[in-house]
Design a protein around this ligand. Structure first.
Ligand SMILES: Nc1ncnc2c1ncn2[C@@H]1O[C@H](COP(=O)(O)OP(=O)(O)OP(=O)(O)O)[C@@H](O)[C@H]1O
Ligand SMILES: [Mg+2]
Length: 224
């Protein structure tokens, strides 16, 4: 089976070393858990994968593309194929625009040649998939509950059918019943659209519930 993420001897230094020789291979279609205490480098690793942090050294390949040598066109494709949902949905939406406009913006960027109606349909499909009433999305972010907003963030992440979904503590802010609902939904989507999942969490219970394999990051090093 091919790899969605292949990382060899990755180092990232900010003021001091944060990732110190990380190697990782995530097969296509898997759900992969990344655990580790606060400050161990989990989000930094996720940011390297989405191209937001430049490695100091090492090899990083995502969906067959070497992040250092790939072309602008390939980078654009990767942006659409790899999506990340963050911990705090309140910060992942602009408070000044209705949620729906922000969902449409992504679909519009990814599929500029589709008609307005087709773009609206992609947004509605994703909303139905995450169990969020599309009529709620005409509201502003502060007019939705945290659980609704996190579902909207998830809908935005899946609307363009990514191949890799990175959830960085995306369920932490939700209460337990909503966590379970959203987790079920992510697992259903995973089998429906063939996603590979990188699930970052402190919560052993959630990781156990959804991941086939788990690695632990400790002070910038993966421990077996
Ligand atoms: N842009 C940055 N500039 C400087 N230092 C940074 C930067 N981003 C992260 N760090 C540092 O890198 C270390 C790892 O941070 P990171 O956010 O990757 O940890 P984490 O494992 O995701 O923690 P948490 O579980 O709290 O989210 C921390 O010491 C952090 O202060
Ligand atoms: Mg983090």
């Amino acid at each position: 089976m091919s790899s969605v993420i292949k990382i060899e001897d990755l180092h990232v230094n900010f003021k001091s070393p944060v990732l110190k020789g990380v190697s990782l291979d995530i097969p296509e279609g898997s759900s992969f858990g990344l655990m580790g205490e606060s400050g161990s480098g989990k989000s930094t690793l996720a940011r390297v994968i989405v191209g937001a942090v430049k490695p100091t050294s090492g090899y990083v390949e995502v969906l067959g593309q070497d992040l250092v040598t790939c072309s602008k066109e390939e980078k654009r494709w990767l942006k659409q194929a790899v999506r990340m949902v963050f911990q705090d949905p309140a910060h992942s939406f602009n408070p000044r625009y209705p949620v729906r406009e922000q969902l449409l913006e992504i679909v519009h960027n990814d599929f500029p040649n589709l008609s307005m109606k087709e773009q609206e349909e992609l947004v509605d499909r994703a909303l139905v998939e995450v169990g969020l009433d599309p009529s709620h999305t005409y509201r502003y972010p502060h007019q939705l509950s945290l659980g609704q907003l996190q579902r909207a963030a998830l809908a935005r992440a899946i609307s363009s059918r990514p191949k890799l979904l990175i959830l960085d503590e995306s369920l932490s802010a939700l209460d337990v019943t909503v966590q379970v609902q959203v987790l079920d939904l992510i697992l259903k989507l995973k089998s429906d659209i063939g996603l590979t999942l990188l699930f970052i969490s402190h919560d052993m219970r959630l990781v156990r519930a959804c991941c086939e394999s788990v690695v632990v990051l400790k002070d910038g090093v993966l421990v077996p």
